[in-house]
Design a protein around this ligand. Structure first.
Ligand SMILES: *Cc1c(COP(=O)(O)O)cnc(C)c1O
Length: 323
């Protein structure tokens, strides 16, 4: 009698395609083991519709590689001594320090040209360089047979203008230093838009159906089906769960076998038709027309549910998976 919690493959693929329709291929961000849902499982669904994957580090790269032949981009710098292994695994490494650059130059001399990723400082917390340092950093990469995939992270519409101006200046610095800029990428789900799609979009939460303000028509890919374990007919009980949630006397409700222990946010209690959320049970008012067992389904909206629970869409997505 446990809840069935899964992702809908066709919806995942349709969401990726909806982002790609902005005009650039999608790099599926599957860090933190695919936002908890399994990076390999996501790759099995998405491999035909995405260009590449983005993971945090060499450990996540090695875990994902058996599931895909596509490029896998890294967010963190390679730990010292790990660059060769990352390249052997078909990873595209990030470099942001003199030590990482030195190691890249040695590898390029040994195995020939390859691309490294260089991030320009933004409000994400991954390894990146400051835009004013781009000239000196570019000079340190020049003449080594290394191409650069330049990236930044537009994390808010309010700061987009500044971030993109600095990004453009950094790009010129690399070109002036004679370092080939192989590609540029800047947008994640929240900032996904045609003018800054550039060479690829880095999409994580959007694959699951979050929009976070972007105009892309995605659907909720999360399916939570919770069996009814009890029906609360009017008058059968007046209180539900901790906190003595009152059940109005006229209300018909069901007890569903799914609670915050399964990832259904406790803070949804008292919103819409959700009366009470326990560790394994949720009391939900029944209304005509919708199946009470579908706690999260195709007709739901990830951003709306997250907002109702007072959490970010990322937390909502990852909550069901990390139980
Ligand atoms: C996590 C992450 C993404 C994906 O963000 P979403 O909001 O889930 O689309 C993109 N770029 C970077 C640098 C990230 O850290």
């Amino acid at each position: 009698m446990s809840p069935e919690i899964r992702l809908d493959g066709p919806t995942l693929r349709a969401n990726a395609a909806a982002f790609a329709a902005l005009g650039a291929p999608v790099a599926a961000v599957v860090k933190r083991d695919g936002y908890g849902w399994g990076a390999r499982a996501l790759a099995r669904e998405l491999d035909d519709v995405v260009e590449s994957y983005v993971v945090a580090d060499d450990v996540e790269l090695a875990a994902l590689r058996p599931a895909t032949g596509r490029p896998i981009r890294l967010l963190a710098d390679a730990p010292p001594g790990m660059l060769a292994r990352i390249l052997d695994l078909g990873g595209i490494p990030n470099v942001s320090t003199a030590g990482a650059v030195a190691e890249a130059r040695v590898e390029a001399a040994r195995r020939g040209p390859f691309a490294v990723r260089v991030g320009i400082v933004d409000s994400s917390l991954w390894a990146a360089i400051r835009a004013p340092d781009a000239g000196a950093f570019a000079a340190s990469l020049a003449g080594a047979g290394l191409a650069v995939e330049l990236w930044t992270h537009v994390t808010s519409p309010a700061r987009a203008g500044t971030i993109l101006r600095e990004f453009a200046a950094a790009r010129r610095a690399f070109e002036d230093a004679g370092v080939p800029v192989a590609s540029v990428d800047a947008a994640s789900t929240a900032s996904a838009a045609a003018p800054i799609a550039f060479d690829r979009l880095r999409i994580g939460a959007g694959l699951f159906g979050a929009r976070m303000g972007c105009g892309v028509a995605v659907r909720c890919a999360i399916r939570v089906h919770a069996p009814v374990v009890r029906r609360l007919v009017p008058g059968s009980t007046s209180w539900a769960g901790y906190g003595d949630v009152p059940l109005p006397p006229h209300l018909s409700a069901v007890v569903l076998r799914c609670g915050y222990g399964d990832g259904f946010p406790k803070a949804l209690a008292g919103t819409a038709d959700i009366l009470s959320v326990g560790m394994q049970y949720t009391a939900r008012a029944t209304s005509d027309g919708n199946d009470p067992q579908v706690l999260v389904g195709a007709d739901d909206d990830v951003d709306t549910l997250a907002a109702r629970a007072g959490i970010s869409p990322h937390e909502f997505v990852i909550g069901f998976a990390c139980t």
